[in-house]
Write a protein that binds this ligand. Structure first.
Ligand code: SF4
Length: 608
């Protein structure tokens, strides 16, 4: 087999047993790698209803057939597990040399289970696994831990690690690499922490086997050149995703004061133009020639790597102006291993609850000093921080009915940085995202504001499914970054071409979309299996967007229409081959070769 090794490494932290398991070639043909491989492994290995923190819960680190090969932005790695935040399927990707080295160790994925007796880190070099003592590292922030591990193992390694937030089981703790590259929003860092696993260090030396190296080189070189020559490249290199602050403001989708409004009078204080003036460096992921990690000095004079999501959520959404202050909070979150999107939501939610006098302890909008203190307390679960560490859904449930209306999450995962009062398709994208409210699967908002902004149309649903298949299916499973396509217009055809050259099997975009549909349906089956039932309401965006209209800007008075949204959701289910509850139909499961899910699902729901 070319492109994949056909091998997964299982590591049990309780028994310290390690074994290599060969996977059948059909698994790769049906799931590709990354997210696809992860959900298949979690379906097969996790006991039904497992507590995400139990020793029997599995953490999967997976890469794809293009990993460790010189192709545009191929340096991503997927981390996946049952989420402690949503109790459903959770995953995330991050750019890391761990992707490069894991491939060169000769594996397509690592599967970690059990719980170590004491803090541990794994050192994996080619086929050899060492369980190393991490007691000296436990409690250290991610930057310091990484420096110590580099000192011990040298720079030529890939490192995935957690900070205090993961150790203390903050439900939205992430996995971090390379000072600020962070992924696994639905608590993948907490799952690592529950296993007392501080870090995974990988070093590999095996050259990946691919079918046609010369062809691969030619296609990849052409794609790299297209990126460099694209019209959008120069501006992208200057601002990266930070340009989105002004775009969101202009289109009334900038999350402001816990998604109360879609624009903010002080947006210039956090804009991409300002960031350009303050920029001191640019960083990025391996194999990327359009690196977007823009670094500025924060208010304390330290480096902080910014992007749109973290600046909007820790800026306009909590009313914190001054980019250098926002950068300081962002740096703290990266060091502690807290997800910035969920953090901005948790803070915004609490500020609003405080304003409405639903809680005793006050927190004012934009109070920089208190915010900083609270971020640290969240990571260590101290005082009020322990409450915010639970995430918005659980906080709202404990505060009652009124609070649920302004709790900005779907399925327990907090909303990323696009307000959807007047963006019905983006609201549907959040509602049907397979991990809860995240934008990575379908950033349809750019298309929506350019076309029929207020429509609840079939065309939008079709576009949404296309985006999910490409972004959430193809990119998440190839474990390559979607931004060359999204931001500088790299032709999608390059990806099936690269996949074909790597594997020696001819792939088309349509073939990949079938795989994507299978992955989405298996993830949906996983959620149903874990929750024990399913209905429309699991796939609803937050009540605020239906109930509390915008009060400012050109869309003042705008809000979502409940009946029309439901009709769009019905169209979505139908196009996916799921029934009116959102449960995959038996014929869909059979068509996608997911028959193995049928007898399990039939124990909890009636399949139509
Ligand atoms: S575009 Fe940005 S996120 Fe994507 S691979 Fe490059 S540096 Fe990483």
């Amino acid at each position: 087999m070319y492109g994949w090794w056909g091998r997964v490494l299982y590591i049990n932290l309780t028994t310290k047993r390690v074994k290599e398991v060969a996977l059948d070639a059909s698994i790769y043909a049906e799931y590709l790698g990354g997210r696809g491989l992860a959900v298949k492994l979690l379906w097969d290995l996790n006991p039904i209803g497992v507590d995400p923190y139990s020793p029997y819960s599995h953490l999967v680190i997976a890469i794809g057939p293009l990993s460790s090969l010189p192709a545009p932005s191929s340096g991503k790695v997927q981390v996946a597990a049952k989420s402690p935040l949503t109790l459903g399927y959770g995953d995330g990707n991050l750019g890391s040399m761990a992707s490069y080295h894991l491939k060169r160790c000769g594996y397509d994925a690592l599967v970690v289970t059990g719980v170590a007796k004491k803090p541990t880190y794994l050192y994996i070099e080619d086929g050899k696994v060492e369980f190393r003592d991490a007691e000296d590292l436990w409690g250290l922030d991610t930057f310091t831990t990484e420096e110590k591990l580099i000192k011990e193992h040298g720079r030529n390694v890939g490192i995935l690690l957690i900070g205090p937030a993961g150790e203390n089981l903050v439900r939205y703790a992430t996995v971090v690499s390379q000072r600020g590259r962070s992924g696994g929003r639905p608590g993948m860092g907490a799952v690592m922490g529950s296993k007392r696993l501080k870090a995974i260090v990988v070093k590999g030396s095996r050259e990946p086997m691919i079918a046609d190296r010369e062809k691969f080189r030619k296609v990849a070189e052409e794609a790299y050149n297209k990126i460099l020559k694209s019209e959008a490249y120069e501006f992208w290199i200057r601002q990266g995703t930070m340009a989105t602050i002004v775009w969101s403001q202009q289109n009334s989708v900038l999350p402001t004061m816990n998604f109360r409004e879609g624009l903010w009078e002080e947006y210039e204080s956090i804009s991409g133009d300002l960031m350009e003036k303050l920029k001191v460096a640019r960083r990025g992921c391996p194999y990327c020639n359009m690196q977007c990690g823009n670094v500025i000095h924060d208010i304390a004079g330290e480096e902080s790597e910014l992007d749109y999501e973290n600046v909007a959520m820790l800026g306009s959404n909590i009313f914190l102006s001054d980019l250098r202050r926002v950068a300081e909070v962002n740096k703290l979150a990266d060091k502690l291993g807290v997800d910035t999107i969920s953090l901005g939501n948790a803070l915004g939610f609490y500020m609003e609850a405080s304003e409405r006098k639903l809680v005793d302890e006050r927190l004012e909008w934009g109070d920089h000093r208190e915010i900083k203190r609270l971020v640290v307390d969240i990571a260590y679960r101290r005082g009020l921080g322990a409450f915010l560490a639970e995430g918005v859904m659980r906080m709202a449930r404990s505060l009652g009915r009124e609070a649920m209306d302004f709790a900005m999450h779907v399925k327990g995962l907090e909303i990323s940085a696009y307000d959807c009062h007047v963006a019905p398709a983006m609201a549907l994208a959040y509602a049907t995202s397979p991990i809860g409210a995240h934008h990575k699967d379908a950033w349809i908002i750019a298309y929506e504001v350019k076309t029929d902004r207020l429509g609840y149309t079939k065309e939008k649903v079709e576009r949404l499914i296309f985006l999910q298949d490409v972004r959430g299916g193809m990119f998440e499973s190839l474990t390559t970054c979607r931004l060359p396509w999204v931001e500088v217009g790299l032709d999608l055809d390059y990806y099936p071409k690269l996949l074909s050259a790597a594997t020696g099997v001819t792939w088309t975009l349509d073939d990949i979309r079938v795989v994507a549909h299978r992955i989405y349906t298996l993830i949906r089956a996983y959620w149903i299996r874990e929750h024990g039932y399913w209905s429309h309401e699991f796939d609803y965006p937050p009540a605020r967007w239906f109930k509390h209209p915008l009060t400012k800007g050109p869309y003042a008075g705008g809000k979502l229409d409940f009946e029309k949204f439901n009709r769009m959701l019905d169209m979505y289910y139908e196009m996916r081959g799921w029934d009116e509850r959102g449960v995959p139909k038996k014929e869909t499961l059979k068509k996608l070769n997911l028959e193995f899910t049928i007898s399990i699902l039939e124990k909890v729901v009636e399949l139509k």
